[in-house]
Ligand binder design. Structure first.
Ligand code: 13P
Ligand code: ZN
Length: 275
């Protein structure tokens, strides 16, 4: 049984960006223990597979639940963090992650690289979400290939506030109004996914729906998800959104309700920067 292959420079470059973002998430205290996960669709840059696919260890999705991959994901190749693995250990991507190929029936996957060389290594428990999001994005013509899920402190805090978590618009405006950059660099805003079981099909479906309309999906009382062409771009969306939430909560903690940039001034930003 084969458990390793040579990765080309383009693939290694994308994985290096994942490692870099992993270190940012850890330093921000957004990645306790195994919290958070990252995956990148490498299909376009992977090239030809070196060797017969059947020589690589195979895992069937049926063995880990009632989930299914979208059928369009058949044959896609991902780098993905392993379930239970630490984001901070993505500095050693061959241990904290693996490269896998979704099989031709989209009912399982073969592990091609990394995964500590174990034949039963499993991708993040949120992998169904990641695959569904990336396939939906690609079908819509987006160039996004990476999904980042993390536990950003202030976005989570604000998602515990009933007045804000009940509405995409109210939550988004609380963040947008704190700094022009939040309005500019999270231009489509933040969508809320009501609390649901981590790793569930409901979570995958609702998150996909939100990320087709918003730059960031906030999982109520859990975390945030975004996509980008690479890990750095996906990280930026969450980082900037969290800045808005942090400024907002900081003002409340200082005992005053922030005035915020007016709706008219935000409209001006939208028109000036063509947001
Ligand atoms: P995994 O270890 O399975 O990636 O889970 C981490 C997490 O944040 C789940 O939401
Ligand atoms: Zn999580």
């Amino acid at each position: 049984m084969k458990t390793n292959i040579e990765l080309n420079d383009a693939v290694l470059h994308e994985i290096t960006k994942v490692s870099e973002v992993g270190s940012y998430l850890w330093l921000r205290e957004w990645a306790e223990r195994n919290g958070g996960n990252i995956s990148v669709d490498l299909t376009d840059i992977f090239g030809e597979l070196d060797g017969d696919i059947n020589l690589f260890p195979h895992c069937s999705l049926n063995s880990i639940g009632e989930f299914s991959f979208p059928k369009e994901s058949a044959g896609h190749i991902f780098f993905v963090k392993g379930t239970g693995e630490r984001i901070r250990e993505l500095s050693r991507p061959e241990d904290a992650g693996c490269v896998l190929r979704i099989d031709d029936e989209a009912k399982g996957y073969h592990i091609l690289w990394g995964g500590r060389g174990q034949t039963d290594y499993a991708p993040t428990s949120e992998f169904i979400s990641h695959v569904e999001i990336i396939i939906a994005k690609q079908k819509s013509g987006s160039k996004d290939r990476c999904v980042v899920h993390t536990h950003p402190l202030e976005l989570i805090m604000l998602s515990h506030h009933r007045d804000y978590v009940s509405s995409d618009e109210i939550f988004t405006n609380a963040c947008w109004k704190m700094l022009p950059e939040v309005r500019a660099f999270v231009p489509r805003g933040i969508g809320i996914v009501p609390y649901c079981m981590p790793g569930s099909q409901t979570m995958a479906n609702t998150t996909t729906e939100k990320l087709m309309r918003f730059d960031v999906a906030v999982w109520e009382k859990h975390g945030a998800v975004s996509t980008g062409q690479d890990a750095l771009e996906a990280f930026d969306y969450i980082d900037v959104a969290n800045k808005g939430a942090k400024l907002f909560l900081g003002c409340l903690a200082s005992g005053f309700e922030p005035e915020g940039i007016s709706l008219a001034d935000m409209q001006d930003l939208k028109e000036t920067f063509n947001l």
